[in-house]
Design a protein around this ligand. Structure first.
Ligand code: NAD
Length: 498
């Protein structure tokens, strides 16, 4: 019988108030039931918020380095349980083991960053315009942080949010994606074992429309950190706007890889294969557009198709698999629909574009890697996020046109250019409208100590990763200490008299 998982509220493992459960199945083999999970609603969110409220004072009063030590211990436990986490993650969302190990490693790195940040969390000190006065800033917690995460990085993304939220002294109500609740469950076990006091972190499983909305609408939740689609992101901003909550949004992408005629072709092909078909194209940073100079287009495409043919599709639990399944049937149908749209728009399907059902794949949501050429910049497959292994190839005359095409979308997360020309590289850094630009590397591959996020509809200006993530969960207090023994008036006593 499949495991019956629970919510984690007030330090206890509990069922949903409704008593209902939902299933979580392996997308590589729908006959495999990973587990059943509590189908929660507003009542469970209310309990989680109460618990987060009750524990806030003690947690936020704990010295920050002590909080850091607890999070460092969580990192140690993740190291010990890395393989177990990767296996569970692959089973519930399909990504190949190499990648789920990487996803877990990102969580470990983020834990150790938080451990270090516990002895930093710098404010600033600066000279005053008045004598005998000291000025500095400190960071204070906001209160209760609502964390809503997507399914494609089930360990990395929750850690990007929850470690900074906790280190800065907030307590947490966490709603993971319904496709990846088992990884979230493991994360809670780890935080508990590491010594996060009971009730400080609370996990509520269930649908976004019930659990997510209840978090957004709860007046005691002070900050919401969301990663997911731009569509849901704008809903989050709308609801949170009503109660003036702080909201951090990390949303979709339509990331370009530009390849200039002077590029190292083999390197560029490795890059586009990994960028477009790694994680089965289900990354916010996936390379979904290849923008290529016309002089090398035909040669490059025939080399690329040869390599794409060799990608081994299958269950991510097999070490030799290169590309796992699509997350679920609905997403698979959405991608197939986009493939039809591409054909109807007049693009040429040069490889893939269909379900893959060979051997062990007959019971999963598998697609072949898909490549469209003759894509025009205004086609829907060139502009909309498909979130699958579909690459739209756009031919351009020169560098200027490449940049223009790259910027011709409403998203701006990641971007990449392959060139040996320093001028092109520098101009791309300057002119590509994106939060991240890679030179001679694919659009994927963030590091946890650097800011991560995008421009335009990819977000609302916040950045996760590094010290920037800590700002999302902090209020800045400015402190003025006057030891002159008299009333000093800023701007008035200091005015320059001519
Ligand atoms: P999604 O927007 O469908 O869901 C994200 C989360 O929001 C889930 O937990 C879902 O249950 C919840 N949710 C749904 N409706 C809600 C509502 N009304 N109120 C509150 N919560 C609600 O996204 P997904 O399919 O899980 O993930 C894929 C998307 O995430 C893609 O668009 C991808 O680009 C994006 N993404 C972005 C980043 C980034 O850092 N920019 C990283 C990973 C994924």
């Amino acid at each position: 019988m499949a495991k019956e998982y629970k919510n984690f509220i007030g330090g206890e493992w509990v069922d949903a108030a409704s008593g209902e459960r939902f299933e979580n199945r392996n997308p590589a083999d729908w006959e495999e039931l990973v587990g059943t999970f509590p189908k929660s609603d507003e009542r469970d969110v209310l309990k989680a918020v109460e618990s987060a409220k009750k524990t806030l004072k003690d947690w936020s009063n704990m010295p920050i380095p002590k909080r850091g030590e607890i999070l460092g211990r969580a990192g140690d436990i993740m190291v010990e349980r890395k393989e177990e986490i990767a296996q569970v993650m692959t089973r519930e969302m399909g990504k190949i083991l190499k990648e789920t190990r990487g996803d877990t490693q990102e969580g470990i790195d983020t834990a150790y960053y938080a451990f270090g940040e516990g002895r930093r969390l710098f404010g600033i000190t600066t000279p005053s315009e008045l004598p005998n006065k000291t000025i500095y800033t400190i960071l204070k917690p906001i209160g209760i942080a609502g964390i809503i995460s997507p399914w494609n990085f089930p360990m990395a993304i929750p850690t990007w949010k929850i470690f900074p939220a906790l280190l800065t002294g907030n307590t947490v109500v966490f709603k993971p994606a319904s496709d990846t609740p088992a990884t979230a469950n493991l994360f809670m076990e780890i935080l508990d074992k590491a010594g996060v006091p009971k009730g400080v972190v609370n996990l509520v499983n269930g649908p976004g429309s019930k659990v997510g909305e209840a978090i957004l609408k709860n007046p005691d939740v002070g900050v919401v950190s969301f990663t997911g689609s731009s569509l849901i992101g704008s809903r989050i901003a709308e609801v949170c706007g009503k109660t003036l909550k702080r909201v951090s949004l990390e949303l979709g992408g339509k990331n370009p890889q530009i390849v200039m005629e002077d590029a190292d072709m083999d390197l560029a092909i490795e890059g586009v294969l990994w960028g477009a078909f790694g994680t089965t194209g289900q990354r916010c940073t996936a390379t979904s557009r290849l923008i290529i100079q016309e002089s090398i287009h035909d040669k490059f495409m025939s080399m690329l198709v040869e390599r794409a043919k060799k990608l081994k599709i299958g269950n991510g639990l097999n070490e030799e698999t290169d590309m796992g399944p699509i997350i679920n049937e609905a997403q698979m149908n959405k991608i197939l629909n986009y493939i039809d749209i591409g054909k109807n728009e007049g693009a040429t399907l040069i490889y893939g574009g269909e379900r893959y059902t060979e051997g062990e794949c007959s019971k999963g949501w598998f697609l072949t890697p898909t490549i469209f050429t003759d894509v025009k910049p205004d086609m829907r497959i060139a502009k909309e996020e498909i979130f699958g292994p579909v690459l739209s190839v756009i031919k351009v005359k020169d560098f200027d046109e490449a940049v223009k095409v790259a910027n011709n979308v409403k998203y701006g997360l990641s971007s990449s250019i392959y060139t040996r020309n320093l001028l092109y590289a520098m101009k791309a850094i300057e002119n590509l409208e994106a939060g991240i630009t890679y030179i001679n590397a694919p659009t994927i591959g963030a590091e946890c100590h650097l800011p991560f996020g995008g421009v335009k509809n990819t977000g609302n200006g916040h950045r996760e990763g590094g010290k920037w993530a800590y700002e999302i969960f902090s209020e800045i207090k400015t402190v003025y200490i006057d030891y002159s023994g008299k009333l000093q008036k800023a701007q008035i006593d200091t005015a320059v008299v001519k």
